[in-house]
Design a protein around this ligand. Structure first.
Ligand SMILES: [Zn+2]
Length: 382
């Protein structure tokens, strides 16, 4: 296959040219159009379009009526097949605080899940909770919150088939940081979230291995001038990556701008944190066994807490793209490069380079999605 005559955002430069795909991988990138077009079975005309790497959503619970906690092959398949329509070609299936039994059922299901050619690729698991702080639970059900338990985590890692790549926890409950250090040694990202720790507690936690923040600003302490809190730490600490829900509701667009200006594209990871109502009509749904009311733009619990989002990755990318001084390269950094590195798949994904998976998007100059390719196969077309 060949995508011809497009603006291609490769890992290192922007090329007006063509991109050849073979066996699901990027085979070659040319300036201009190759002389002999008869070599290619399928040719996609990329005139007036940009080719960028597929999005990697490292925090997503559900879509199109299905949730990771449904713990069925069908649920994961429904999510995966929906996600390509918003430009997501890989994702971390994200669990929620629930009973041990329900978490284990979800992990067992994900361990045996086989990716389908038609959908986004499940590249691992994000375990959100249950080791979090009750006062910052947000939409995580209180009754199942636990103290960090390394034996339990190791058991879960085992039954997940070692697919847990990231865990969200409240560092203030990890006494002596034994849990955090053990996970970091095992290559798992430890993301501080649903936490009430102050700046100095979190600063120590970062020195002991915490390397990420979960949905920055939401379910954590904000900036105060006498304690700059979790958000202030993310501004200051160069080691930290920070997830951000870019729907303009979880974090106001002016705050997105302040965050972007201070943290910059190298450390931000755009996520959706979407729940099962994404892609469906407004109405009554559930999250973690709790009723959720979904309107045109948001999902809320009875108590008014935001209950995940109904955001699409492409809309999250556009939200950032409207901010001053944000280029397409910056969007790629926050939606593909950073999440791929954090999930440990940058060797194969997260940028456009010869030999990498042909997980590609064709978008126009306003970032409207025209086509999604997953491993060289067209899986979505506008
Ligand atoms: Zn979440």
């Amino acid at each position: 296959m060949l995508i011809k005559n497009a603006t291609i955002y490769t890992e290192t430069e922007v090329i007006k040219g063509s991109l050849a795909i073979k066996n699901g991988k990027i085979e070659q990138i040319f300036d201009g159009i190759p002389d002999d077009l008869t070599l290619y079975q399928d040719i996609i005309d990329g005139s007036n379009l940009n080719v960028i790497p597929g999005f990697i959503d490292t925090h997503i619970h559900g879509a199109n009526g299905a949730d990771v906690m449904d713990a069925t092959t069908e649920a994961i398949s429904t999510i995966a097949n929906y996600l390509v329509s918003e430009g997501t070609t890989s994702f971390l299936a994200t669990t929620i605080t629930q009973s041990t039994e329900n978490i284990e059922r979800a992990l067992t299901n994900l361990a045996q899940y086989e990716n389908e050619a038609s959908g986004a690729e499940m590249i691992g698991i994000h375990l959100e909770g249950p080791f979090i702080e009750k006062s910052k639970a947000g939409a995580q059900p209180l009754e199942y919150i636990k103290k960090p338990d390394l034996d339990l985590f190791n058991h879960w890692q085992e039954i997940s088939g070692h697919k847990i790549k990231t865990i969200t926890l409240a560092p203030e409950h990890d006494q002596g940081w034994h849990f955090t250090s053990a996970l970091r040694k095992a290559g798992v990202n430890v993301s501080a979230g649903h936490t009430n720790a102050n700046f100095s507690e979190l600063d120590k936690a970062v020195k002991h291995g915490v390397n990420q923040m979960t949905h920055l600003c939401d379910a954590m302490s904000g900036i105060h001038h006498r304690d700059i809190g979790a958000v202030g730490l993310a501004f200051l600490s160069d080691e930290l990556k920070a997830e951000i829900i870019a729907d303009g509701i979880h974090v106001d667009p002016t705050m997105l701008q302040l965050i972007y200006r201070n943290i910059g594209p190298k450390r931000l990871i755009i996520i959706t944190d979407a729940m099962r109502a994404k892609g469906l009509e407004p109405g009554d749904y559930e999250l973690g066994g709790q009723p959720v009311r979904v309107t045109e733009d948001r999902a809320v619990l009875d108590n008014g807490s935001l209950a995940g989002s109904i955001l699409n990755m492409i809309d999250g990318a556009k939200q950032f793209f409207t901010l001053p001084n944000v280029s397409i390269q910056d969007i790629i950094q926050m939606t593909s490069v950073n999440p791929a590195k954090q999930a440990g798949v940058f060797k194969d994904k997260g940028s456009i380079a010869v030999g990498k998976d042909a997980d590609l998007l064709l978008v126009d100059h306003d970032l409207n999605l025209k086509m999604t390719l997953k491993k060289g196969k067209i899986v979505y077309e506008e």
